[in-house]
Design a protein around this ligand. Structure first.
Ligand code: GAF
Length: 401
């Protein structure tokens, strides 16, 4: 059916070419190079990164490209193929609050790396952004943008950063410069993800381990549904959930909920008086445990061998986010319900919630039918038509040309 077309990302090499051409059209000369970073879906481990939890994201095929060149000045000039807002600023004047709108995610990275730039060096550069990651879809278009730019800056200014330094610079850009709170999941995935793998991320020490997640060879697929639901009040709600989780840790006398022992959960939670705070803690502690269980299943065999148990864990994650953490909206719940009813092994919201996308673990041959079922359910509810992608586990940030 027409409303359920499964799209995949445009070819990476062609997209890099196009970004370079757009740079040249706009700035009138050839860029020094093109760098890119992917969007992500989180397979499981949601709303736990800011409590030192465990997450299991993977990079998707959609990427953000940054064609860039160093200039012998201190001007930072930033343009985009998707947005008319431009930036042209003396890079020495960058400070939180000085740049607004999307260019803050670019300028913020240069600002976050400032202590690594020698005092004598000029910081001038021209950057053309060409993004494929759908905006506002909960697929981390902003982390892809920050991390593509971090790669470009490292290459242009030869700062000697390691990948993890660039993850941290991107997080700093987002939280301190652009003023959006984030726990680090998205930037870690954008920089450190490996093709054919999911990335087990331990937010306590930011260590990562690639976990085989090659669905295609096993006849399986991960269907992404962008629900296109309005992200209203998303920042305020996100901040409120973080605050609730901090209250929960405090009530338990722990510095983070990661330290809670899931074994004696009910007894432990009885120590939290506030009912809402107790439910928030229940989500975070059980979600971290679900990531451990997924990791153990994937260590013991393939996705195919454990597809039923894995699907059940995805379902449990969504239900916990809906009931205990209360970050879903009707579109997310309907997409998940429709996917399950159409035979998905498991389905859940992915990302921060309050709109955005869902993922469904499906038989590859059934992906089209599951998408059609979700589209039909949306039409019946009078929701805007959703958008579908197949997610192949892709490579993190790097240079394209
Ligand atoms: C958003 C945040 F940016 C991440 O850090 C993470 O907290 C996620 O929501 C929820 O898991 O994407």
């Amino acid at each position: 059916s027409a409303g359920a077309a499964l799209s995949s990302a445009p070819d990476r090499a062609e997209a890099a070419e196009r970004a370079a051409a757009r740079f040249e059209e706009s700035f009138g000369y050839e860029p020094d190079g093109v760098w890119s970073a992917p969007g992500r879906v989180n397979i499981i481990g949601e709303h736990v990164d800011y409590q030192d939890g465990l997450c299991l994201p993977m990079a998707i095929s959609h990427r953000c490209f940054a064609a860039a060149a160093r200039t012998p000045t201190d001007r930072l000039r930033v343009r985009s193929a998707q947005n008319e807002t431009v930036l042209d600023i003396d890079a020495r004047e960058l400070a939180p609050g000085v740049v607004t709108g999307w260019p803050a995610y670019v300028a913020g990275v240069l600002w976050a790396l400032r202590s690594r730039i020698s005092g004598a060096a000029t910081r001038g550069m021209d950057i053309m952004i060409d993004g494929q990651v759908p905006l506002g879809a909960g697929l981390s278009s902003s982390a892809a943008l920050e991390c593509a730019v971090a790669e470009a800056i490292e290459a242009l200014l030869t700062l000697g950063t390691e990948p993890l330094d660039r993850v941290r610079a991107a997080i700093t850009a987002e939280t301190e410069f652009a003023g959006a709170s984030t726990g680090g999941l998205d930037q870690s995935a954008a920089v450190l993800a490996r093709e054919g793998h999911a990335l087990l991320l331990d937010c306590r020490d930011m260590t990562t381990r690639p976990v085989p997640w090659d669905l295609a060879s096993q006849g399986l697929a991960l269907l992404i549904t962008n629900t296109r639901a309005e992200h209203s009040h998303v920042d305020g709600e996100y901040t409120a959930r973080r605050a609730d989780s901090e209250r929960a840790a405090q009530a338990l006398g722990l510095s983070t909920l990661r330290e809670a022992d899931p074994a004696g959960l009910e007894t432990l939670l009885a120590g939290i008086e506030d009912e809402v705070v107790r439910r928030r803690a229940h989500h975070v502690i059980t979600e971290i445990q679900r990531v451990r269980e997924v990791d153990a299943l994937l260590a013991a065999g393939t996705v195919r061998e454990h597809v039923t148990e894995l699907g059940a864990l995805l379902n449990a994650s969504h239900d916990s986010l809906r009931v205990d953490y209360q970050v879903t909206v009707p579109q997310l719940d309907v997409a998940v319900e429709a996917a399950r009813a159409a035979g998905a092994h498991g389905a859940r919201m992915t990302g921060g919630g309050f709109g955005g996308s869902t993922i469904a673990l499906v038989e590859a041959q059934a992906a089209q039918d599951v998408a059609a079922a979700i589209a039909a359910a949306f039409a019946e509810q009078g929701f805007d038509a959703p958008e579908f992608f197949l997610a192949l586990p892709s490579e993190g940030a790097g240079q394209d040309r």
